[in-house]
Design a protein around this ligand. Structure first.
Ligand SMILES: NC(=O)c1ccc[n+]([C@@H]2O[C@H](COP(=O)([O-])OP(=O)(O)OC[C@H]3O[C@@H](n4cnc5c(N)ncnc54)[C@H](O)[C@@H]3O)[C@@H](O)[C@H]2O)c1
Length: 264
């Protein structure tokens, strides 16, 4: 089940967090994996019997070279996981963090665009592309408007890509994680905003792990997901489902149950 034997997979942003966990998971499922990152991950790659190719996903030539080198080394490309991303500011629209915003769009959105463009040219029928979006691309997180815009773009681009690449036999999906325990959600105030907002709205009382997300990517990359195309898979602990009674009561500081026939 969910075997990736015989498949060649690339994971971007694989030096850390979700990407590293995904690379490990795909390798354990039998794929020949190529880890890619702007930072060195050669040691991690070697430890799982994989290759490492450095690439900056915001640079189209770099992405084109990555894909070309994988096809040259392994003869094919079956799975492309466009996961590299950055969270550079948790300030809102009315801030002057414009360069941070540009970089987030360059890495998070153009990186996915370039990855899909060059992977799709190298893939044949049966190929699978999985992009890492975010629940910040599905619902609003105060402070994450510009990061969220980049991820909203990833969700949209994923759907459009399914239309464009479906006729080629290539599926395109994305995962939308809630806050994840990873270096991206460290100890700064920006990171704290992701953690606290996720935990406040989920119906599972913990942040997601990198392995929770890697499992979803694994499924979407596998032939078991052969009819799943253009889908945004929420790995969100119920964050997008709505508010529980307890959340509403905490917000209003009182009960909405006593004598309230509408809720009960
Ligand atoms: N951590 C979370 O709470 C969370 C939630 C939802 C979505 N995401 C998304 O998941 C993905 C992975 O995040 P993570 O939590 O593992 O973060 P992370 O910081 O641990 O890993 C991100 C990796 O991307 C790499 N990277 C950054 N810029 C790059 C570039 N230009 N080219 C190539 N590689 C680059 C980094 O070097 C790093 O290894 C990102 O797209 C992120 O936006 C994270």
């Amino acid at each position: 089940m969910f075997s990736l034997a015989g498949k060649v997979a690339v994971v971007t942003g694989a030096a850390s967090g979700i990407g590293l966990a995904t690379a490990r998971r795909l390798a354990a499922a039998g794929a020949t994996v190529v880890l890619s990152d702007i930072n060195d991950a050669a040691g991690d790659a070697a430890a799982m019997g994989a290759d490492f190719v450095a690439a900056d996903v915001s640079d189209e030539d770099s992405v084109a070279s990555l894909v070309a080198s994988v096809v040259e080394a392994h003869g094919r490309l079956d799975v492309m996981v466009n996961n590299a991303g950055v969270l550079l500011t948790a300030k809102g629209i009315d801030s002057d963090a414009t360069e941070d915003v540009r970089r987030m769009i360059d890495v998070n959105l153009f990186g996915v665009l370039f990855g899909m463009r060059h992977a799709s040219r190298a893939m044949g029928p049966g190929g699978a592309i999985v992009n890492t979006a975010s629940m910040a691309g599905i619902v609003g997180f105060p402070g994450l408007s510009t990061y969220g815009a980049s991820k909203w773009g990833v969700v949209g681009l994923t759907r459009y890509a399914a239309l464009e690449f479906g006729p080629l036999g290539i599926r395109v999906n994305c995962v939308c994680p809630t806050g994840v325990e990873s270096p991206m959600t460290g100890d700064t105030p920006d990171h704290w905003a992701v953690r606290s907002q996720s935990l406040a709205h989920q119906h599972i009382d913990r942040l997601a792990t990198v392995d929770d997300v890697a499992a979803a990517v694994h499924y979407l990359a596998s032939d078991d997901a052969a009819m799943v195309n253009g889908h945004a898979l929420w790995v969100d602990g119920g964050l997008g489902a709505g508010m529980s009674i307890e959340m509403i009561e905490a917000a209003i500081g009182g009960s909405i149950r006593d004598g309230n026939a509408i809720i009960e």
